[in-house]
Design a binder for this molecule. Structure first.
Ligand code: DSN
Length: 427
């Protein structure tokens, strides 16, 4: 722990030992397990210091220079800093740093660009998309009219499991959506933004990328940028970017930027979380450093090593490999009787934290699933490199082959603890 973190922890331990004890237990849990949820990461002490700062105390509704409350001078400066750094990082002209989350960022874009009942086009959640891209249980699917494009389902094709760009074009020409969405939660391949732009132009849609999963790779030059191809880009700030939990919206189009600002506040949010905006500014500053480029490249290199070792161990993975930070194990070909839920539980017992995930055309429910999603962002932050990741991948294969045998899982747990000791959490 840094001295500031320790002082904060001591103050909390004195004031509220019950909560302090739970935070301490969570710290031990993080230290003693390998975090492989593709959407999680370990934020730096500097990011956490800003997020835990006195900037939580202020209402600052409005935007820099135009607030509804007095006393916002330093909030104006910190929000402007976050905006300028975000623009520099992603090479665009406008940034709104106020969305509390990725879901809020997407909600604001829908509020800005669509009317209730309008058609938009995306991929389904069960095929690797996101809840806010038209799922029936979300506002996006209840108040708007989503139509969906597929993956390539023909397993004899080299690009099986990839986005079916010809089908995207067909669906868009048939339905003429107002908005076309790319960007996914469980897609291991590079997104062809140029092709999406051409399709959006052909059918007259605006093009949005939800780059939440790959934002850190884009920032670090390890994935092509959605700019200049996309009209609007949304993201979270806590996944591959490694910032505080929050959202961000970017664009190059002045008219859209004005609509988006109004849609965030007062359209869909009230007072911004200024302590989190301060932490976003710190994080974007970290992302602009040359060391972050190395990090992003290492995340991808580690994911490739993970994918290759899992395949060598007899597991099937979506698209047969990866070009980004994630790998999606499809249990159906190798372990037909094992559900994603079972495999994720066994891995959890061994100290490897993952999530069960649907795979393309999964016949199991989202509570059972036939897949497990893995990612390398957090382990890369901890300092693991290709050889270490290969060791982790071998443990994963052993655990999935164990059929839940307690002795084999305990053996894996001991190996995981050894790795955790070799790669302590960054403090
Ligand atoms: N829940 C996130 C994920 O795990 O991918 C997406 O918002």
């Amino acid at each position: 722990m840094t001295p500031t973190a320790e002082a904060q922890h001591n103050a909390l331990a004195h004031a509220d030992p019950e909560v302090a004890r739970l935070i301490q237990k969570e710290a031990f849990r993080q230290e003693d397990t390998l975090e492989m949820i593709a959407s999680e990461n370990h934020a730096s002490p500097a990011v956490m210091a800003a997020a835990g700062s006195i900037m939580t105390n202020k209402y600052a509704e409005g935007y820099p220079g135009k607030r509804y409350y007095s006393g916002c001078d330093f909030y104006d400066e910190v929000e402007t800093l976050a905006i300028e750094r975000a623009k520099q990082l992603f090479g665009c002209s406008y940034a709104n740093v106020q969305p509390h989350s990725g879901a809020n960022a997407n909600t604001a874009v829908f509020f800005a660009l669509l009317e209730p009942g309008d058609t938009f086009c995306s991929i389904e959640l069960s095929e690797g998309g996101h809840l806010t891209h038209g799922s029936k249980v979300s506002m996006s699917g209840k108040w708007f009219n989503p139509v969906h494009y597929p993956l390539v389902y023909d397993t004899s094709r080299d690009d099986a499991g990839y986005i079916d760009y010809d089908a995207v074009e067909r669906v868009c020409m048939e339905h003429k959506p107002k908005l076309l969405i790319c960007g996914y939660s469980a897609y291991p391949r590079v997104i062809d933004f140029e092709r999406f732009r051409a399709i959006a132009d052909q059918c007259g849609a605006l093009l949005m990328c939800d780059m939440a999963h790959i934002a850190g790779l884009v920032a670090g030059g390890a994935h092509p940028s959605p700019f200049p191809h996309c009209d609007v880009v949304t993201t979270t700030t806590h996944k591959t970017l490694r910032g505080p939990r929050g959202g961000l919206i970017l664009t190059n189009v002045e008219d859209l930027a004005k609509k988006i600002d109004k849609a965030v506040f007062p359209g869909t949010q009230g007072g911004p979380l200024m302590h989190i905006i301060a932490a976003k500014a710190v994080n974007f500053g970290e992302n602009l450093k040359p060391s972050f480029k190395q990090y992003a490249a290492q995340v991808v290199s580690n994911a490739k090593a993970l994918a290759e070792t899992l395949v060598a161990g007899g597991l099937s993975i979506a698209t047969g490999g990866t070009e980004n930070h994630l790998v999606l194990i499809d249990l159906r070909p190798s372990h037909a009787e094992v559900t994603g839920k079972m495999a994720a539980q066994w891995l959890d017992d061994a100290g490897i934290i993952t999530n069960k995930n649907t795979v393309s055309r999964d016949e199991r429910s989202p509570f059972q699933t036939s897949g497990v999603r893995l990612g390398t962002p957090a382990l890369t932050t901890r300092g693991l490199q290709e050889d270490d990741i290969r060791d982790v991948a071998k443990i994963i294969v052993d655990v999935i082959n164990s059929a839940g045998d307690e002795q084999k899982i305990q053996h894996a747990r001991a190996q995981v603890l050894e790795l955790c000791k070799r790669f302590p959490m960054p403090h």
